[in-house]
Ligand binder design. Structure first.
Ligand code: TNX
Length: 760
């Protein structure tokens, strides 16, 4: 059929159907995660609400789900043979990957081939994304013309996870289902349900009712940010829990969508809510309250026999509800303060020949592992379970970077990658000052998208131990379900592509283009997604004698207009088409416009010229790969870091190192003062150095102590009035190992350094 002729037919069909109702023509498809092979064929296929379906006998057990879950938009009539059916679901054992599928839309029919129900399910999620977005809202399909297309698809990783913390804030059963729905649309298959923590126990345990009557409620909650000084509270009792009926309902809901729910029951740390309910589970036996603020608490389970009995009872009830082979036992952030001062713990350590409290933690986890293995289950835990020796069969979730994951894989243990650097959706996703309060950090969509769960340094023989990756949604700063959606979407979509699509097929620009369309579907499904596609990002480019500033929006569909005179931009302002030359201190304002309508927010950037801008800089150590800012030169680019986002392009983060920064000003220069800023966010283990030393041309000029401050920013000014010099050296000592009683105790402290302003 010629192209013109088919257009004629389409026009005719549209004309005919226009009398009866709406009709749609689909001529492009936008699917997330991107299928691995997608081929457009000539021609098209018309479909209507009423469809004849053939379902291969091998799939008869999913019969009931086809019309309710897999394909709720159609009126289905079953045919006994494939020939006459419009929609043919066929069993194809040659599709080797269990979750793989083939979807063919030809001019006469739609064919889905898979070797398992999972494959069929994912084929439908793809098919669904081909159908017009409107049907998500209407819950039914209208007359639609589809393009002929052939899709061959299978996932890159077997573990494609999303996590949700329901302890810090509690969310309804309906919301959990909505979250699961989105996971299903994105072909994700593991829901990691973080059910217990210091701030609330959220699963009904019948044998221990106080876990719920006491442990599920806190007397009040911190308002504002943890790092605020003073910390303020709302004075309102808060809490809730899922009954076992709720839990069963959610598991069934997820199972029907081929999602395994992995419960997390935290131990030995993050268990203050349980200890508040049953103080005898702690070392001192003293009454504590369910935590009302965030962070890490000293109250941990005491490794006594009655604690193990309690945990076994709790796990028994958990196992009776959750069919998952894998059970998450936490294992993270367990301070050893109580154990160090506990007679029972010290005696137990001697008796078991344990060298230190790390080994006692390992002993704790191993006992739980043995118990769960005996019940046919396996444990997974945060990477702290590596410390003091990994339990024999444990799987590891690598969160404090990828090193834990690498080490576990090298010991031939399964690993799920979820490093803070790429997988923490509680971090800020955009640099704009209007972003809602978040825990800190900075994880833009692009960075999530760029993630590769296989660490580069991992030897090929260990690659199979990397099961996949997971996005984590910790909810300290997410009070509402809307807020959870805002933080999770679209980063969750990027993660779905990280874990599904072949690495070589990924392209961020292409993803953004698809996202623009998929957003329409999300809108129809009533998700409160963040949309930063039309927000501008600026980048500075300094060469020896000139400096340019470039502007870019995630989506380049529409033009950017800007001003340099502090006036509000509009479509009458300067149209951006090449990097802006910067010769003096400048304030840039810019926004994206479509036909006079401003699409994103107004972007603003202050550029402050000083003697150091563009000069040569070296640092004795590289910044940590998770917080490289824009490299050493970023400290001399005229731009200061954000006051609330230490993870942006301007802050450089160092983990545990003393830092020496050397700057060459090119010629002897008369100085007045040098200023910089440090970040201080102890909840995130970021501690400002206690002093800074300035050397000019090899001579010590001044050593300045930093001052305490009530906000996150510690400014320092080093006076060097009258000094003439060319070579500037700053020595910035690390805070050291974080002492007991402080957030992050026992870990190395982070140092975050901002622009170094050299003033004449
Ligand atoms: C660290 S990730 C935690 C959580 C916090 C999270 C906030 C992990 C194993 N522990 O308890 O909610 O940081 O980003």
């Amino acid at each position: 059929m010629s192209h013109n002729f088919s257009l004629f037919i389409i026009a005719l069909v549209l004309l005919l159907t226009s009398c009866t109702g709406k009709s749609y023509v689909v001529d492009e498809v936008f699917i997330i995660p991107k299928p691995n092979q997608i081929k457009f064929e000539k021609g098209n296929l018309q479909i209507d609400r009423s469809i004849h379906l053939f379902l291969a006998p091998e799939f008869h057990d999913i019969n009931d789900f086809i019309s309710t879950i897999y394909l709720p938009y159609f009126d289905l009539q079953y045919d006994a043979s494939p020939e006459k059916a419009l929609l043919r679901i066929e069993f194809d054992p040659s599709i080797l990957k269990e979750e793989g599928y083939i979807l063919d839309i030809t001019h006469s029919h739609i064919s889905i081939k898979a070797s398992s129900a999972k494959g069929v399910f994912y084929a439908f999620q793809t098919f669904r994304q081909i159908l017009p977005a409107e049907m998500e809202h209407q819950h039914t399909i209208e007359h639609t013309i589809l393009p002929c297309i052939s899709i061959h698809d299978a996932p890159r990783f077997p573990y494609r996870g999303m996590h949700l913390d329901v302890s810090r804030h509690f969310f309804s059963v309906d919301f959990i289902k909505k979250y699961i729905d989105l996971m299903a649309l994105l072909k994700m298959n593991r829901f990691h349900w973080h059910l217990t923590d210091d701030q609330g126990w959220r699963i009904e345990i019948k044998k221990y009712p106080k876990l719920n009557s006491i442990g599920s409620y806190r007397k009040e909650t911190l308002v504002g940010h943890y790092n605020d000084n003073p910390q303020l509270y709302d004075g309102e009792r808060y809490g809730g829990y899922y009954t076992q009926e709720d839990v069963k309902d959610i598991i069934q809901y997820a199972t029907n969508r081929h999602i395994t729910v992995i419960p997390e029951i935290e131990m030995p740390g993050h268990s203050q809510a349980a200890i508040a309910a049953y103080p005898e589970l702690g070392c001192s036996g003293e009454q504590v309250e369910v935590a009302t603020k965030w962070g890490v608490f000293d109250e941990v389970y005491c490794p006594k026999e009655n604690t193990f009995d309690f945990l076994k009872d709790v796990l028994d009830e958990v196992l009776s509800l959750f069919p998952s082979k894998v059970i998450h036992i936490g294992g993270d952030e367990a301070p050893k303060t109580r154990w160090k001062n506990c007679k029972h713990c010290q005696t137990l350590m001697k008796k078991e020949g344990l060298q230190d409290e790390m080994e006692l933690q390992s002993y704790f986890i191993k006992r739980i592992e043995t118990y769960l293995n005996g019940k046919g289950r396996q444990i997974i835990g945060w990477d702290e379970i590596l410390e003091g020796g990994l339990a024999p069969k444990a799987k590891v979730m690598s969160w404090r970077g990828v090193e834990g994951g690498i080490s576990a894989a090298e010991q031939k243990h399964d690993v799920v990658m979820t490093p803070t650097s790429h997988c923490y959706f509680d971090y800020y996703q955009n640099e704009h000052a209007d972003e809602p309060l978040a825990i800190g950090g900075y994880l833009p969509l692009k960075k999530v998208y760029a993630y590769d769960p296989i660490p580069r340094s991992l030897e090929p023989e260990f690659i199979p131990y990397i099961l996949g990756a997971q996005g984590n949604v910790w909810t300290e700063y997410m009070k509402t379900e809307d807020q959870v959606e805002y933080m999770a979407i679209p980063r969750m979509l990027a993660m779905s592509e990280v874990v599904w699509t072949d690495k070589d097929l990924k392209s961020y620009d292409d993803f953004i283009m698809r996202l623009e369309h998929v957003n329409e579907r999300l809108r129809m499904l009533d998700y409160n997604f963040a949309n930063h596609l039309y927000e501008i990002e600026g980048n500075v480019n300094v060469t020896n004698d000139s400096m340019f500033y470039s502007l870019k929006a995630e989506s380049d569909q529409f033009p950017i207009f800007y001003t340099l005179d502090e006036s509000t931009p509009s479509e009458e302002a300067i149209k951006y088409d090449e990097p802006i030359k910067i010769d003096e201190s400048t304030h840039i304002k810019a926004a994206v416009y479509n036909q006079k309508e401003q699409l994103g927010r107004v972007f603003e950037q202050d550029i402050r010229m000083h003697e150091g801008v563009g000069k040569a800089i070296t640092i004795n150590v590289d910044p940590h790969p998770a917080y490289p800012g824009s490299g050493p030169q970023g400290l001399l680019n005229g731009i200061s870091g954000h006051d609330k986002r230490y993870g942006d392009k301007e802050w450089l983060g160092f983990w545990g190192n003393d830092v020496t920064i050397s700057i060459d000003l090119n010629k002897p220069t008369k100085l007045d003062n040098i200023r910089t800023r440090f970040y201080n966010a102890n909840g995130q283990w970021i501690y400002s150095p206690s002093y800074v030393e300035l050397m000019v041309d090899g001579e010590l000029v001044e050593s300045v102590e930093t001052k305490e401050s009530t906000n996150h920013i510690i400014p320092v000014e080093i006076n060097c009035k009258g000094v003439i010099g060319q070579s500037i050296q700053l020595f910035i000592p690390n805070y050291g190992v974080i002492p007991q009683g402080f957030q992050g105790e026992g870990n190395k402290a982070w140092t975050f350094i901002d622009e170094i302003m050299i003033n004449q």
